[in-house]
Design a protein around this ligand. Structure first.
Ligand SMILES: Cc1cc2nc3c(=O)[nH]c(=O)nc-3n(C[C@H](O)[C@H](O)[C@H](O)COP(=O)(O)O)c2cc1C
Length: 159
């Protein structure tokens, strides 16, 4: 990575985020999940949200094809799941506690909230694709603590 790219990433690292796992499934393949922090709400009417996928990801063919995905907001105890689903080339949900959703995309049982989405739009943006989803169902826990990501490391809210 060039020095300028690294400097850009380091600057962005000051923006502290939560961590989500995007789950999806296409016909004839096992469901998969990928850890991302480029998640944002977009619109209330209609209910839209977005996240960005690196075009270099080996999950690209699946996300180019899928009709649905689910956004799962991780709990602070979810570091291992976050690491598992950010390992290059291995996005299997094996060993992850999942439940069947309203779509045929599974969601993470322990997620603080999950949003089941129909793909609303895909926009090319440089080396990423902006995936916009229309929320067709969601649920959330009443309490719990989120996993945070700040300057390249996990954190938790102060107790
Ligand atoms: C906290 C965190 C946030 C991440 N955010 C994104 C993201 O927003 N978009 C993305 O494409 N990859 C993101 N990644 C990287 C992917 O999880 C994963 O490491 C990468 O896609 C692995 O390569 P592969 O997809 O080719 O297997 C993030 C990883 C971590 C640990």
């Amino acid at each position: 990575m060039s020095d300028e790219k690294r400097r850009f990433r380091n600057a962005l690292g000051w923006f502290t985020t939560g961590v989500v796992v995007i789950t999806t499934r296409v016909e004839g393949r096992e469901p998969l999940g990928i850890t991302v922090n480029s998640f944002s709400s977009v619109s209330l009417e209609p209910p839209l949200l977005l996240w960005c996928l690196d075009k270099g990801s080996d999950t690209l063919p699946v996300f180019e094809q899928c009709d649905y995905f689910t956004v799962n907001i991780l709990h602070e105890d979810h570091q291992e799941t976050s690491n598992q689903l950010s390992r290059r080339g291995d996005h299997s949900l094996a060993g992850v506690d999942v439940r069947a959703g309203e779509t045929d995309v599974p969601y993470l049982a322990e997620a603080l909230a999950h949003f089941e989405c129909k793909v609303y739009a895909r926009h090319e943006a440089g080396d990423h694709i902006i995936m916009i989803g229309e929320v067709i169902g969601f649920d959330h826990k009443e309490d719990g603590r989120p996993l945070l990501y700040h300057r390249g490391a996990y954190h938790a809210l102060p107790k």
